[in-house]
Design a binder for this molecule. Structure first.
Ligand code: HEC
Ligand code: HEC
Ligand code: HEC
Ligand code: HEC
Ligand code: HEC
Ligand code: HEC
Ligand code: HEC
Length: 374
């Protein structure tokens, strides 16, 4: 920050002394010590972009203060803002940037999501922040992650635990912050199966997106998985999909099969196509996925199709079986109706009529002496 920036900062600093002192008592609450909220706290702030979309630049301090990133100063992420008032934004926030002010206590280095970012860039979904064309269809970090809100219940950790930490660490703020940090991770915070299915299906069930990629792949001679076209809809047809739809949580969801379960939180970012030998869905690795839940699964069990389509291309056996059964069904119905017609016409020619009297039945004797004696 130079020139106007420095002057601006001094003013902001003066303004913040009062606020800062008040906030310090509440331990590690969010502090706007870069003065961004000076402008961004106004609800009306925003603009209409060239393509007509409304963008809001309003940051709600009480909401931001409860998110996972509340201890990260705005400019650690918005690092392109070097002076105030700031210039127009081009690339925006990249999730592999290094925090200037937060250190990773384990490594002593400035904190960054780089390890996840590198895995993600190698994955089938990897793309730069500013992507064009087909790459723009792939999910970036913020497609799957907004800035999640901490559970407010965790704001007051149980005293019987923290009292014990305070004995040594003396500072209750420090202890509570670390307690919250850890306890949130000890509890299971994974998305449920239904959430994952709807996240993946938001793209893999989007017909226009799929057609775009199929056409481009055909044009460039690039390979796509043979289930690419029907991935989301066929999952719904599978046993796993059906029970998941009705609220069962133990059946396989997309990530149970497409992500390695070892080191899950990293592996979910490394989704690879099934033709890649590293992928858990690669034919030779497949039985290991199933074994996790189906104890006795072997290679032949793993050959059961997790994406069963019903059309000729994706599932010829089911397609032809259905065709055959349809024909058998039709022939049987035609035969039955035909038989009933024959019988009716024959009796009618005999002069036997069908009446509704004391229930319903055939009446009168046969003219041709063909009464059936039972
Ligand atoms: C002096 C008032 C002011 C201060 C202080 C301020 N901003 Fe802004 N900010 C604005 C205005 C005005 C816009 C809208 C600019 C536009 O429409 O081009 C904006 C827009 C933005 C945008 C969106 C830009 C885009 O085009 O997507 C980001 C991100 C942003 N500010 C971050 C910050 C951060 C981080 C800080 C603190 C370091 C900060 N701002 C401090 C006035 C301010
Ligand atoms: C953990 C990183 C992170 C922190 C901390 C953070 N932001 Fe952001 N902010 C983002 C991301 C990511 C976006 C989405 C736009 C993008 O991709 O560039 C965003 C969007 C915005 C926007 C809207 C821009 C637009 O183009 O729609 C504003 C304004 C903004 N942030 C201001 C702030 C202010 C003020 C703070 C501090 C109170 C702050 N941000 C803290 C990551 C962060
Ligand atoms: C008997 C004293 C004692 C108790 C009780 C204690 N700690 Fe510690 N803690 C230490 C010492 C000494 C260190 C630094 C040396 C080390 O790493 O072992 C430390 C390190 C830490 C660190 C690492 C800080 C850093 O930046 O490297 C955290 C976090 C921490 N303690 C949290 C807690 C929490 C939370 C509790 C309560 C559940 C707790 N401690 C209970 C003595 C204690
Ligand atoms: C296709 C969706 C997707 C994309 C893209 C994605 N993630 Fe994730 N991420 C997940 C899922 C799913 C989890 C597992 C936790 C859960 O279920 O929410 C996760 C977990 C995480 C966690 C651990 C969260 C915690 O609470 O412990 C971090 C950190 C993370 N992702 C960062 C990133 C970053 C950085 C990027 C971009 C390089 C990224 N993610 C891209 C889906 C995604
Ligand atoms: C934002 C949209 C989006 C989301 C969300 C998304 N994907 Fe994708 N996915 C794509 C695109 C686009 C491709 C690339 C197709 C190509 O290479 O042309 C792709 C590729 C794939 C491939 C490899 C396809 C192939 O044959 O090469 C798999 C497997 C995959 N995704 C699984 C998943 C799973 C599982 C999830 C949920 C965790 C998910 N995707 C979420 C858009 C998305
Ligand atoms: C029971 C395990 C399992 C589940 C659950 C599952 N898949 Fe698959 N998926 C596979 C296997 C195995 C293949 C490779 C099938 C083949 O080519 O015969 C595959 C193929 C794919 C493909 C084609 C690209 C490739 O890698 O061959 C996409 C895209 C895909 N799945 C997305 C999804 C989505 C989205 C979901 C959730 C709605 C999901 N899958 C659920 C096992 C699973
Ligand atoms: C996350 C756990 C999980 C994984 C991984 C998983 N399944 Fe399942 N699967 C289930 C559950 C739970 C059921 C329902 C079992 C029941 O109660 O009948 C089920 C049911 C089935 C069924 C219906 C018939 C039966 O045996 O109950 C088939 C077929 C099946 N799975 C095949 C597979 C195949 C093939 C794979 C590997 C590609 C696989 N599953 C991976 C959890 C899983």
């Amino acid at each position: 920050m130079k020139g106007t920036g420095t002057a601006f900062r001094r003013v902001v600093a003066v303004l913040l002394v009062g606020i800062g002192l008040g906030a310090a008592a509440g331990a590690r609450a969010f502090e706007d010590d870069e003065g961004c909220l000076l402008c961004h706290k106004y609800p009306k702030m925003g603009r209409v972009t060239e393509d007509g979309a409304r963008r809001s630049y309003y940051v709600m301090p009480h909401v931001f203060g409860k998110t996972v990133h509340r201890n990260v100063p705005c400019r650690d992420c918005h690092s392109y803002i070097k002076e105030l008032p700031h210039r127009e934004v081009k690339e925006g926030v990249r999730c592999d940037s290094r925090c200037h002010s937060i250190k990773n206590p384990a490594t002593g280095k400035n904190f960054s999501h780089q390890p996840i970012y590198e895995v993600y860039r190698r994955s089938t979904h990897g793309r730069p922040k500013l992507a064009t064309g087909l790459d723009a269809d792939k999910p970036y970090c913020v497609t799957c992650h907004t800035n999640p809100i901490y559970n407010p219940d965790e704001d007051q950790p149980p005293r019987h635990i923290t009292d014990r930490c305070v004995v040594c660490h003396e500072d209750r703020g420090f202890v509570e912050a670390w307690y919250n940090h850890t306890s949130r991770r000890i509890r299971e915070v994974r998305r449920g199966s239904a959430e994952i299915v709807s996240l993946c299906s938001s793209c893999h069930g989007d017909e226009k997106l799929i057609q775009r990629h199929l056409e481009a792949a055909r044009r460039d001679g690039r390979e796509l998985g043979r289930k690419f076209e029907i991935a989301a809809e066929s999952y719904q047809e599978s046993f796993h999909g059906k029970v998941t739809r009705y609220g069962f949580t133990k059946a396989a969801n997309c990530l149970d099969c497409h992500a390695d379960q070892e080191n899950y939180y990293l592996s979910v970012h490394e989704i690879l196509p099934s033709r890649d030998p590293q992928a858990p869905t690669y034919p030779d690795n497949r039985h290991r996925i199933c074994q996790r839940c189906h104890k006795y699964a072997d290679e032949s069990y793993a050959a059961i199709d997790p994406h069963p389509g019903d059309d000729k291309v994706h599932n010829p056996f089911r397609y032809y079986a259905e065709e055959v059964y349809n024909w058998i069904g039709n022939i049987v119905i035609v035969g039955l109706v035909g038989l009933a017609l024959f019988e009716t016409i024959g009796r009618w020619r005999d002069g036997v009529v069908w009446r509704l009297r004391h229930g319903s039945s055939w009446w009168r004797r046969s003219r041709r002496n063909r009464d059936r004696i039972i």
